[in-house]
Design a protein. Structure first.
Length: 191
């Protein structure tokens, strides 16, 4: 292997391929992503596939509920918000503890959807800032929800009787490259 091949494989982890894995003398097929418990795990854990899939599911649910959320609906604002929290929010919060390492760009996909729904629910004019809508409705942003769930999940793992769970949040000993986030950085990442 040449020196430029080593550096290329290190800086472009998507190009790396795992050595063949055999189970009962049969080669296991390698894929770029796997769906497990309605969570899509991709090879590099960027969570883009999972987040885009959740966004498509949310779009379909919003289309079905749109007639309830529109301005001429007889439903009160509190009930519209309750429907949002009961039907739409659980779609994207499923497994949110795990994708704390997702980039801000990927998280913004869900953030934009949430703001869109809140604007539809409140029928807010274009000049009302999103922060005001979220403050008035007392709704956490996607970033805040991810952080809260991740911190709670980390505390539960620290209190777990299995000692191996504590090692999940230890920082690696090698030098950090690029801007990859580790689970140990979650408590200070969004301050």
């Amino acid at each position: 292997m040449k020196a430029n091949e080593i550096s290329r494989s290190y800086f472009y982890p998507k190009k790396n391929t795992c050595p063949p894995v055999h189970l009962n003398n049969k080669q296991v097929i390698q894929t770029d992503d796997v769906k497990c418990l309605a969570i899509h795990l991709d090879r590099t854990l960027t969570w883009l596939k999972n987040i885009t899939t959740k966004r498509k599911q949310l779009d379909l649910k919003l289309r079905k509920l749109y007639w309830i959320f529109v301005r001429n609906s007889q439903l009160s604002l509190a009930n519209k918000l309750l429907l949002h929290k009961a039907i739409l929010k659980p779609v994207w919060t499923h497994g949110v503890q795990l994708w704390e390492s997702a980039s801000n760009r990927n998280r913004e996909i869900l953030e934009r959807f949430q703001l869109k729904v809140l604007r539809i629910i409140t029928d807010a004019p274009w000049f009302v800032p999103n922060a005001v809508i979220m403050r008035d409705l007392q709704v956490l942003s996607v970033r805040q929800k991810v952080r809260n769930c991740s911190v709670i999940y980390r505390q539960r793992l620290n209190d777990h009787p299995n000692g191996l769970t504590k090692s999940l949040f230890q920082r690696p000993t090698h030098n950090r490259r690029l801007k990859w986030y580790y689970p140990a950085d979650m408590a200070t990442r969004f301050n």
